[in-house]
Design a protein around this ligand. Sequence first.
Ligand SMILES: [Zn+2]
Length: 490
Amino acid sequence: MTRTLRSLLAAIAFAAALPVIAGCTTNPATGQSNFTPFMTPAQEVAIGRQEHPKVIREFGVYDEKPELNAYVAEIAFRLHSVSEMSDQPFTFTLLDSDMANAFAIPGGYVYITRGLMALANNEAELAGVIGHEIGHVTGRHSAQRSTQQIFAGLGAAAVGVALGNQAAAQVANMGALAWVQGYSRSQEMEADQLGIRYLTRAGYDPMAMASFLEQLGRETALSRRLLFQEGQATPADSWFSTHPRTEDRVVAAAQSARATVSNPRVGRDDYLRRIDGMIYGDSPQQGYVRGRTFAHPTLRLAFEVPQGFRMINGNTNVIAIDERGAQIVFDGDQAPQGMAMTDYIVNRWLEGRRPDGLERIDVNGMQGATGNLRLDGRNGPVDVRFVAVRWDGETVYRFLFVTPANITASYSEPFRRTSYSLRRLSTGEAQALRPLRLSIVEVRAGDTVESLSRRMAFDDFRRERFMVLNGLDSEGQLRPGMLVKIVVEG
Ligand SMILES: [Zn+2]
């Protein structure tokens, strides 16, 4: 968690202010003359320039290792230089987010997350993702959509968080990613075709596009297992859901293109050596999920969720869910100094609605308040408990506890303990919190999936995490001399 909901709301305000202007242009990548009723190229550049700083604020730039940024830029500009927009300036940014995602906004701004880099297993896979995103820009896909379409999902997401309904778990990390939702299937196919074109022109193996989709599939399946979401729709924040595609079509397109590249570059060892030491998972600015504890060394706070809950550390909040559908949403807000927390809940949080059982509480010496409401959820009545705590100055932290009404009673004590577990970290405690990092190791004779998995700094699913991280489907794929990724305490 790095910030409050304000950035989401600011983005919605921006959407409302954007003018709608008609124009007719020729698409530089496809050569088609297409009617683009919503944005001219000049408008796209203006929007990109305006939105880029917001994306940076939302996610932060990962620039701990400048040579890594230089490496990404080198690959990206190699692809850009063979695209139809090589004469227009592009900006490539590595974002400090552990979600495996990539997206482009109008005007040539392309973003890749370090989470995506951690998942990729070679340079060609990274190049494939970048090529695809360049394809969305050169194909002028944003220009073909109205801003209402672009931002429709965003408004719904903000409402979802406010009500703590079932959508809440799916909106962690959304923010600027709402830009890319709503590309059509045909636009995705076109971006793949353009991406494959740039990959082959730059000498990369175009099959990497498909192998990375497969890798994302492994990661998505494991994430669902970790979050009790097996069988459910893809989480809203992965590259999968924002760029829906069919793997066989990508394979078919790549196979025909492959014949045209002699000695296609994959760059596995080069790539792995470059990402050695990169932060894996949450960074210090985002706070860490460690088992049932969330601890944030920069904000200097910690709390603990009940047994059986799994946490998702988003940009604007921390969400915890359990198998029975109970949810906890933790985030920050601001309230004028001197405003009682009971007033905050009624007048600010609930905008005039008075919850039942409104009362003041004391949380480890901090002023707080709590109350509850029964609301209509998508699958029947839900109970929502509101807890707000005055941290310091104007800062307020708050918990939203949501349970299907029929199971609320059994959660009152565990939720109460979570509320009262919110506390300040000492300097020593904050300093002792270290991020996890990727470590690239060479497989030695006698190493097995089992022995390498034991070196993974996790309490659970070590073997599964190791296999997915390295794109392995069986023990037999491990060979002495091969480089593999493990995750260690930094
Ligand atoms: Zn796409």
